[in-house]
Design a protein around this ligand. Structure first.
Ligand SMILES: CC(C)(COP(=O)(O)OP(=O)(O)OC[C@H]1O[C@@H](n2cnc3c(N)ncnc32)[C@H](O)[C@@H]1OP(=O)(O)O)[C@@H](O)C(=O)NCCC(=O)NCCS
Length: 346
């Protein structure tokens, strides 16, 4: 089988990678035929990728000529000893990469230029704090006219997701167990990405879940609104605004969950902690229709085994009526406080 058949990435995924990348690289050709390589801020609007440039300079010189714009993300380094105790050869890196190929086109329409500049602001200054850019606003008219905006059509886009697709089921099991055990900051997400790219791979023991549920080691921004839906009605969140619940999920040291076969979020649980001495579990919930099937147990077991939690000597939580559930994991009620604990309730 050709490599591309293993690692090819769907076009939408490649475009999404280019759109989300904090920076992209432009490889083009200047007026004298010299190679031009630049790091850029770029945005995707419709079927185009755009960036801005000084009206004079190598980036602008590359307009009208063929170019490649690329983005990539390292998912995880995989050491050779995962596969072989002696030979260095199997050492590899799992990554995502995407490229758009095409001739660069200069944008003249001031309204489109303003939209691109505004989209760049929204991406890189999402908190606002400025008047939105429009072409006819006197505050921006001169700047919009003076700056060059360049686009490349997203007609020729390809991508690669190197995530172990060429490996046997046995090797994939080794990779997943290794990543979870190593537990470096990106490793829980790498476990999820490797599993998503290899749906036929057997489920490792630490991810065993009731039939139809798939545990996730690292929920992220795409799961926030579904997690808020699961959590907003629970008793400990009744007075908490939804945006605060959302903010809390994203600030977690560990955030695990489960999806059903259609990809809907059906469980969520998170922890804060220092990864060594202390952790606190919170916002643990299973969708009502999934309760009583063992998913909560699988979720909490995964959370307690998370790299940021598993080494902690003390793990705390508060519960109104889940004592019996948590006792099953070894938790005990702290009925006798030593007088040393203090709390600030705000
Ligand atoms: C608590 C919760 C996460 C458990 O999830 P679940 O998927 O229903 O739990 P499981 O099916 O894995 O149950 C595991 C065990 O705990 C028991 N259990 C589940 N919820 C319990 C509860 N609230 N009180 C006592 N025991 C409970 C089950 O009977 C089962 O026991 P078993 O292993 O002897 O059969 C889920 O009920 C939930 O989301 N509740 C609402 C939110 C909540 O209260 N969260 C916890 C806040 S601290």
């Amino acid at each position: 089988m050709r490599k591309q058949e293993f690692f090819g990435m769907a076009r939408e995924q490649a475009v999404a990678l280019l759109a989300a990348a904090p920076v992209v690289r432009l490889a083009g050709v200047g007026e004298r035929g010299q190679p031009v390589l630049r790091t850029l801020h770029a945005v995707v609007l419709g079927e185009w990728l755009y960036f801005h440039a000084a009206p004079v300079g190598e980036k602008s010189e590359a307009v009208g000529r063929e170019a490649v714009i690329a983005a990539d993300e390292t998912v995880a380094t995989i050491p050779s000893h995962v596969f072989d105790p002696e030979r260095a050869c199997p050492a590899t890196t799992y990554y995502l990469s995407a490229q758009a190929h095409g001739a660069l086109v200069g944008v003249d329409d001031p309204a489109l230029k303003a939209r691109v500049l505004q989209a760049l602001m929204e991406k890189h200054q999402p908190e606002g704090g400025y008047v939105p850019i429009t072409a006819d606003d006197p505050r921006y008219r001169g700047a919009v006219r003076g700056i060059a905006v360049v686009g490349v059509p997203l007609t020729q886009v390809d991508g690669k997701a190197k995530l172990g697709q060429n490996r046997s089921a046995d090797d994939l099991g080794k990779v997943l167990r290794f990543l979870w055990a190593r537990g470096e900051p990106g490793d829980p997400r790498a476990v999820d990405l490797v599993r998503a790219a290899n749906p036929g791979a057997p489920t490792p023991e630490f991810l065993l879940a009731p039939a139809g549920a798939r545990l996730r080691c690292a929920l992220g921004p795409a799961d926030v609104s579904a997690a808020v839906e699961l959590l907003a009605g629970e008793y400990w969140n009744v007075d908490v605004p939804r945006d605060r619940i959302a903010q809390g999920q994203l600030a977690s040291s560990a955030w695990v969950g489960a999806h059903d076969e259609a990809g809907a979020l059906i469980a969520t649980g998170r922890a804060l902690g220092d990864g060594a001495r202390w952790a606190y579990l919170l916002d643990i919930a299973v969708a009502e229709s999934w309760r009583g099937r063992g998913l909560g147990k699988a979720l909490v077991r995964l959370l307690l085994d998370h790299p940021r939690v598993r080494g902690c000597r003390r793990v705390e939580l508060r519960t109104r009526d889940g004592h019996a559930f948590y006792r099953g994991f070894g938790f005990r009620e702290c009925t006798e406080l030593s007088g040393r604990e203090m709390a600030l309730q705000r």
